[in-house]
Design a protein around this ligand. Structure first.
Ligand SMILES: Nc1nc2c(c(=O)[nH]1)N[C@@H](CN(C=O)c1ccc(C(=O)N[C@@H](CCC(=O)O)C(=O)O)cc1)CN2
Length: 285
């Protein structure tokens, strides 16, 4: 391996240490931030991610509010829980774990959330604020990727970033975030309809692989010196994570995020950043 590791575990741990001090300051004023999660169904990956979110919350003194529904829950049953979380004063921010079961109108569920409690940055108001360049919660995985690159000194200013994927949690919003003046990158967004993906990948200073296709990004697609972020999570027959990036890429790239241990822990840490920021905003800071 020649690439340097974009260590999400260590970076997330440092972020959580900083957040704990802010939570302690809020609690000293009688304000305890509370993270709510709504998990629908029994997807093993989603269960793990939600458990990790609550483990992190507890470590920094954020209260956990867990709501779960079976995979057979109806649209109406899900909406009832969303309204309860909106009305629960102990819940200062919450997320609806995605994906929701087939047949559920995800956009409708997200749009029923109180935008002031949107800890995921996925409410239409939050995404609108991002487009308009106004302050608000930001989607956790893109925010985590940018923080991870910054922490390791990877230059974004003027960089050509190739994003592969157009999903709701990463692909849709990361180009908006990377092209803000503060990041100042140039983005090419690719997806299943892209012609000659390898030719575009080869031009990238930074690759964000969020397609959910095992080993889609091959060593020969990557320019020596590039940074490669592996966001994709597929699982093999033993339940082991297989990312979007072929292991051989570590011999070519200058920087690579491990998977697990890269973008995942950063996603969870940025969720807590959103929760703490929302509690601070509500406290008038
Ligand atoms: N409401 C949301 N749903 C989903 C989001 C999101 O940001 N908001 N993103 C993904 C999943 N995700 C967050 O929920 C997530 C993915 C991975 C991890 C993580 O910590 N992964 C570990 C490995 C865990 C394992 O062994 O499986 C790692 O990478 O080290 C946390 C959160 C889709 N849904």
């Amino acid at each position: 391996m020649t690439a340097q590791i974009l260590d999400g575990k260590a970076t997330a741990a440092a972020i959580k240490t900083g957040l704990k001090a802010r939570v302690d300051a809020l609690r000293a004023r009688g304000i305890t931030p509370g993270l709510g999660t709504l998990l629908v169904g029994d997807d093993v990956g989603s269960q793990k991610y939600v458990a990790g979110k609550h483990r992190d919350s507890e470590q920094i003194g954020v209260r956990s509010i867990r709501r779960e529904l079976p995979g057979t829950a109806t649209q109406e049953e899900i909406e009832v829980v969303v309204r309860e979380l909106n009305d629960d004063p102990a819940c200062t921010g919450y997320i609806v774990q995605l994906p929701l079961p087939r047949g559920i109108d995800t956009n409708r569920v997200l749009s029923l959330m109180d935008p002031d409690k949107d800890a995921d940055g996925l409410h239409p108001t939050s995404l609108g604020r991002l487009v308009l360049n106004e302050p608000g919660p930001l989607p956790c995985t893109p925010r985590g990727i940018i923080a991870l690159l910054r922490e390791h000194g990877v230059e974004l200013n003027g960089a050509h970033v190739v994003v592969v994927g157009r999903g709701i949690t990463v692909g849709r919003s990361i180009p908006l975030m990377l092209t803000r003046r503060s990041e100042n990158a140039t983005v090419t967004q690719c997806h299943t309809g892209t012609r000659d993906l390898p030719a575009l990948l080869k031009q990238a200073d930074v690759i964000v692989a969020a397609a959910g296709v095992p080993h889609l990004i091959k060593p020969e697609d990557v320019r020596p010196g590039a940074a490669v972020l592996d966001v994709g999570v597929s699982r093999d027959e033993h339940g082991k994570i297989v990312g979007d990036v072929h292991p051989g890429v570590a011999e070519v790239a200058a920087w690579i995020s491990p998977n697990p241990g890269g973008v995942g822990p950063m996603t969870r840490a940025q969720l807590l950043v959103n929760v703490v920021e929302a509690a601070e905003r509500a406290a008038g800071e």
